[in-house]
Write a protein that binds this ligand. Structure first.
Ligand SMILES: Nc1ncnc2c1ncn2[C@@H]1O[C@H](COP(=O)(O)OP(=O)(O)OP(=O)(O)O)[C@@H](O)[C@H]1O
Ligand SMILES: [Mg+2]
Length: 364
């Protein structure tokens, strides 16, 4: 586990000098009203999908956002796209103050931020041919006529590795990987500054996953778009992201340069995520197994248990839990090698009986 330093104690994750980042999210919370009708005994408790999360994406940067199912990743993305409203905090993209948009989101903002979802079958209208799917934003945002749209749509298709003759076909005629390429071409048509990629390869087989990821990397070089890459699988994001944020049950718990986060994780939950990535090396496999056991991943109670109402959300699952973990969410502490962690081990660990906390890793 990476060592923490005092330098950034108390600083919020993702804090950045205002105005420098392309996307700047500060202390974002998103709460959904509880559901449940009369039969269910009235309204259920509100769902706090995102709590006090700060994150930034620089110009032309790829930033990974990882965490297990239900941690709030998609809700963060939807906040940026302004599909849902923030309950607290701010979201800025360049000069846009997203949190202060009225009922109607400016069309220019809709152009600047695009999204690619996990399931291109659901996101691409099945009754529209590819040429029109890609042509739609060209008409809407650039007022292009039919001939110009066709030419540009063909160029975009070629840019994502598909031949122009596919323009006449319907989405269902393509494989999963091809459909995702079409979704990317449609997103690129608006020439956005930022693309939210929400589990863009999760539905694809492993070899198609790497083709699409490589394509996304190539396209970033060509177009300069920044990416917010959302995935539950750290293996997908680690090689393409410059920085990674780790989310656990509505909270960001760690952030930092991709290499540091993946090689010297500072939060026990990040280590657990890393231990879940299959490794071909049998020695590493053994170490991972031991670590998973140590971190109680197989304890059903811990996995399905309620999120603690206060303190660190990982406290009921963490083998290193201390009294303070159950009382308050930890301050942010800068980590050697870059980034920050919200974990009491890094602020109080050295005072633990048994000496300083140096690593949670099981030696190979
Ligand atoms: N519209 C909504 N109304 C009520 N609750 C919601 C709504 N959307 C999401 N949630 C809840 O918010 C929490 C976070 O959901 P979200 O979809 O953001 O997680 P996620 O990290 O994207 O998960 P996954 O990896 O499964 O996609 C979950 O508990 C989810 O049930
Ligand atoms: Mg999601």
């Amino acid at each position: 586990m990476a060592h923490a330093t005092d330098a950034g104690a108390g600083a919020p994750a993702g804090a950045t000098p205002s105005g420098e980042a392309l996307l700047d999210i500060q202390h974002l919370s998103i709460t959904f009203p509880g559901s449940g009708g009369l039969l269910a005994g009235g309204r259920g408790p509100d769902v706090r999908a995102v709590v006090d999360a700060s994150l930034h994406v620089d110009d032309r940067e790829t930033v990974g956002l990882v965490g297990e199912s239900g941690s709030g990743k998609t809700t963060m993305g939807k906040g940026v796209l302004r599909f849902v409203r923030a309950s607290a905090g701010t979201i800025r993209l360049g000069a846009y103050d997203v949190t202060n948009f009225g009922r109607k989101v400016p069309r220019s903002y809709r152009r600047e931020v695009q999204v690619v979802f996990q399931d291109p079958v659901a996101s691409l209208n099945p009754s529209i041919i590819v040429g029109d799917l890609i042509g739609e934003p060209l008409k809407l945002h650039f007022g292009m006529g039919a001939a110009a749209r066709r030419r540009r749509a063909a160029e975009l298709l070629e840019q994502v590795g598909l031949a122009a003759h596919h323009l006449e076909r319907y989405p269902y005629e393509f494989s999963g990987g091809q459909r995702q390429r079409i979704a990317v071409a449609r997103a690129l048509a608006s020439e956005p500054q930022l693309i939210v990629l929400d589990e863009p390869v999760s539905a694809l087989d492993v070899s198609t996953q790497s083709q699409v990821i490589n394509l996304l990397e190539k396209l970033q070089g060509e177009t300069g778009a920044a990416y917010l890459l959302i995935a539950h699988d750290l293996a997908v994001v680690r090689h393409v992201s410059r920085r990674i944020y780790v989310m656990y049950r509505s909270r960001i718990v760690e952030e930092g340069p991709a290499d540091r986060v993946c090689e010297q994780p500072a939060h026990p939950y990040t280590e657990l995520l890393l231990a879940s990535i299959p490794d071909a090396d049998p020695v590493k496999q053994r170490a991972q197994r031991a670590l998973r056991q140590k971190l109680s991943v197989d304890q059903a109670a811990a996995v399905t248990g309620e999120t603690p109402q206060q303190g660190c959300p990982f406290s009921n699952r963490c083998p290193y839990v201390m009294a303070s973990c159950r009382e308050q969410f930890p301050d942010w502490t800068a980590v050697q090698g870059g980034g920050q962690v919200a974990c009491h081990l890094h602020t109080e660990g050295p005072t633990l009986a048994g000496g300083p906390v140096t690593s949670l890793s099981v030696p190979a």
